[in-house]
Design a protein around this ligand. Structure first.
Ligand code: ZN
Length: 218
């Protein structure tokens, strides 16, 4: 399938260059495994990256994504981040293959912890400067109003959530940054399961979520 809300060019380029922290790497790999068009974009980007590496002297280096790709390749960390294989969507499973390999099984293997109001989370192990977690939000529930100190990637795996005028369903990726303040609401009909990665703490408005923040590591 091709989803409505796809990964940004910037993130996909960094993913293709192996330059994302593990948490973001996992989210992008999982998104790409659910979206045919994103997978085609990634393959084109990897072909460009390969051609650049093969033939650095002869390629013009003056335009946008080529230049960005080259810069990301040259800025690559010494220890490469563990790659997550990009796979076609497995039918009938909640967790696509890259995520199943991470969790060690499908959704029944997830060790959820309650975070209040019927919501649950499971923080996944990751190295580097970003965290990644699975979130379970009961249908119709609101997440606390918050802003962001950095980037937040939210990928829907089951159900859907509404954010302002946009609806995000399975495979859709929302990229939030310092400029966005929001109150996502799980759509009615089905409980919503998301994979969310952040590279900085969230900025909560309410006192209760602020008090709970250190315990929830969010
Ligand atoms: Zn957010």
């Amino acid at each position: 399938m091709t989803v409505k809300h796809q990964v940004t060019e910037e993130l996909l380029t960094a993913y293709a260059a192996g330059n994302l922290p593990e948490a973001f790497n996992l989210v992008v790999a999982t998104h790409v495994s659910l979206c045919t068009e994103a997978r085609v974009r990634l393959e084109a980007m990897e072909a460009v990256g390969g051609a650049l590496l093969d033939d650095l002297d002869e390629m013009p280096m003056s335009h946008g994504s080529l230049e960005a790709t080259l810069r990301l390749i040259s800025d690559r960390p010494k220890e490469p981040i563990k790659a997550v294989p990009v796979q076609p969507e497995a039918s009938c499973k909640v967790l696509p293959k890259p995520l199943m390999e991470y969790v060690g099984g499908d959704i029944s293997k997830v060790k959820w912890r309650p975070i209040g109001m019927g919501a649950k989370q499971a923080i996944l192990k990751s190295s580097g400067d970003a965290d990644v977690r699975l979130l379970y939000i009961p249908a119709g529930s609101e997440l606390p109003d918050h802003g962001h100190h950095g980037q937040e990637l939210t990928l829907v795996l089951q159900g859907a959530f509404i954010d302002g005028d946009d609806r995000f369903a399975r495979g859709d990726l929302e990229v939030a940054d310092e400029d966005l303040e929001h109150t996502p609401v799980a759509d009615i009909g089905e409980d919503c399961i998301c994979l969310a990665a952040t590279n900085a703490p969230l900025k909560f408005k309410g006192i209760a979520p602020r008090l709970a923040q250190p315990f929830l590591r969010i």
